[in-house]
Design a protein around this ligand. Structure first.
Ligand code: GAR
Length: 193
C-alpha cells in the first residue's frame, strides 16, 4: 500500500512522537513521517526528531496571539510544503479552530490522556483521582471542531492504584499511550483509505 505522508504535531517532549517514529520504521506501517511540527520552538521533541533524521519545523504561536486564523494558516503552509496527507496530534497543546479542523477532518487524529468521553481538556489525571475513579486511561480519536469530542478509534484502560498521585498516574498512562498510538494511527489511516 501507499504510505500516507504523516505530520506529527507536538508541543513538548514528544515521547508519543518517538513511539510513532519507531513504529513507522516497519516497512508495512501505513504512515511515513514527513514532518514533526511544533508551536513551541523550544520543544524537546524537535531535537529528538531531528536527531533521527525527520524533517522538523516550528511555527511559534506567540506572535499570532491575536490572530488564531493566521497561526493556523502558517501551520497549513508548512504542512502543505511537506506534502502532508495525514496529521497525528501528539501532545499538541493548542486548541485548533473549526477552520483548521474542517480542512483536515477525516485526516487528523489526537491522543488524549483519559477514557473519553470522561475528562476532556486539561488536568485529566488529577481530575480522575479527585473523582475517586479506580481506572483511567487514554484514547485516540478523530479530531472534530468540538474539543476532544470526536469518534473514538481506540482506547486503553489503566488501573488507578492506592497511593497514586497525578504524576504517578500520568506516567502509567503515558506508557499505555506509547503502546496505543502506533496501533490506533495505523487503524485510522487504513480506515481513511
Ligand atoms: C501526552 O500524555 C498526551 O496524551 C497529552 O500530552 C502528553 C504529551 O506527552 N496530550 C494532551 O493532553 C492533549 N490534550 P509527549 O509530548 O511525551 O508525547
Amino acid at each position: 500500500m501507499t504510505k500516507r505522508r504523516t505530520a506529527i504535531l507536538i508541543s513538548g517532549s514528544g515521547s508519543n512522537m518517538l513511539a510513532l517514529l519507531e513504529a513507522a520504521r516497519n516497512p508495512s506501517y501505513p504512515a511515513r513521517p514527513c514532518l514533526v511540527l511544533s508551536n513551541n520552538p523550544e520543544a524537546a521533541g524537535l531535537a529528538r526528531a531531528a536527531a533521527l533524521g525527520v524533517p522538523v519545523a516550528a511555527v511559534d504561536h506567540r506572535p499570532f496571539a491575536k490572530d488564531r486564523a493566521a497561526f493556523e494558516q502558517a501551520l497549513d503552509a508548512v504542512l502543505l510544503a511537506h506534502g502532508t496527507e495525514f496529521i497525528a496530534l501528539a501532545g499538541f497543546m493548542r486548541v485548533l479552530t473549526g477552520g483548521f479542523v474542517g480542512r483536515w477532518q477525516g485526516r487528523m487524529v489526537n491522543i488524549h490522556p483519559s477514557l473519553l468521553p470522561l475528562y476532556r481538556g486539561l488536568d485529566t489525571h488529577a481530575r480522575a483521582l479527585a473523582a475517586g475513579d479506580t481506572e483511567h486511561g487514554c484514547t485516540v480519536h478523530w479530531v472534530v471542531p468540538e474539543l476532544d469530542a470526536g469518534e473514538i478509534i481506540k482506547q486503553v484502560r489503566v488501573p488507578i492504584l492506592p497511593g497514586d498521585d497525578a504524576a504517578m498516574l500520568a506516567a502509567r498512562v503515558l506508557a499505555a499511550e506509547h503502546a496505543l498510538y502506533p496501533v490506533a494511527l495505523a487503524s485510522a489511516i487504513r480506515q481513511a483509505g
